[in-house]
Design a binder for this molecule. Structure first.
Ligand code: ATP
Ligand code: MG
Length: 298
């Protein structure tokens, strides 16, 4: 299976009527990690990413913003680890967004994200993002109150306004050379329970378990509703969502890498052209260098 086909299968780029139950969190597109095809595809994608990222960096025109959203224990961290294993860490920045502090609450909700969008030539990864505003803040309205918005701006239609602001933010990025790729790692509620149990049973994983994770789990249905509405309202051709079946971690990594590889194919970054004059200078430099090495070099 080609990377583009795999990515296209989970790509949502329009549609208010998006339904989450259309994507099975256990789907693996007929692939099996025990079989060679899936392993080869993973290795090929990583190899491809490595080559393309070097061109992206050298060309210095485009940038890529990867946004990861998910319920707890869906595998955001390990997805990041995997994507990073395919690229030069020097060309990539990861930003993790936790609950906003007082300074952040004194600014609009997009401010802290705008500050760290990737510059040309680089890949930025947002581990959680501005989308928390229409997820956790929507599920817990008291978080909106903490933002001290003027009352007339915090009415019932606030979520419509938030979606509009997010769409505008992302079109502005796209119009200026940032490719925006958004991933929802879609796990089932049962799979989350299994992963929490592992975190409790295995001592080395205890640190990953927090009682607040249980509290958020109790809001599962509210979150799913918020995710569905968010994807329907913010999936656009220039800023698509990928709803990634993530009950199997190897598969979610495969889809993320495939989406990145197909994005690279579209922008097709190239090493900068070398002019005749630059070639001449390099030739001269080469002659000088070769003469400097003892005994010379042909
Ligand atoms: P882990 O997988 O390690 O649990 P995590 O991304 O869940 O990683 P945590 O420190 O557990 O990291 O949680 C960060 C918390 O910050 C999340 O509960 C998230 O909802 C919250 N958060 C992020 N952005 C906002 C926001 N804008 N408003 C309120 N809460 C936010
Ligand atoms: Mg957490």
């Amino acid at each position: 299976m080609k990377a583009e086909d795999l990515a296209a299968r989970y790509r949502i780029d329009k549609g208010k009527d998006f339904r989450l139950d259309k994507v099975d969190p256990s789907d693996t597109a007929g692939l099996d990690i025990e079989k060679d095809e899936a392993k080869e595809l993973l290795a090929e994608n990583l190899d491809d990413m490595r080559k393309q990222q070097e061109r992206l960096y050298a060309e210095g025109k485009w940038s890529i913003l990867i946004i990861l959203q998910a319920m707890d224990a869906a595998g955001k961290d390990s997805a990041i680890e995997h994507v990073l294993s395919g690229i030069n860490p020097q060309g990539c920045d990861v930003h993790s967004f936790k609950a906003p502090g007082p300074v952040e609450l004194n600014h609009n909700f997009l401010w802290r994200h705008q500050l760290v969008v990737p510059p040309r030539g680089r890949i930025g990864i947002f581990n959680r993002s501005h989308y928390e505003e229409v997820l956790v803040v929507r599920v817990h309205p008291e978080l909106l109150e903490a933002q001290s918005l003027p009352e007339e701006l915090a009415g019932k239609d606030i979520w419509e306004t938030r979606f509009e602001d997010i769409r505008n933010f992302e079109s502005q990025l796209a119009n200026n050379g940032t490719v925006v790729l958004k991933f929802f790692l879609h796990t089932s509620k049962d799979e989350q329970a299994r992963r929490f149990i592992d975190r409790i049973d295995e001592e080395d994983k205890n640190w990953k378990f927090s009682p607040s994770d249980m509290a958020e789990r109790a809001f599962w249905d509210d979150y799913m509703h918020a995710y569905e509405d968010m994807i329907g309202n913010t999936a656009r051709p220039h800023a698509p969502w990928f709803v990634v079946p993530s009950n199997n971690k190897w598969f979610s990594r495969l889809v993320i890498a495939a989406a990145l590889v197909s994005a690279f194919k579209e922008i097709d970054p190239k090493f900068p052209d070398v002019s005749d004059d630059e070639k001449r200078r390099m030739k001269e430099a080469r002659e000088i260098l070769a003469a400097e090495i003892e005994g010379g070099r042909k």
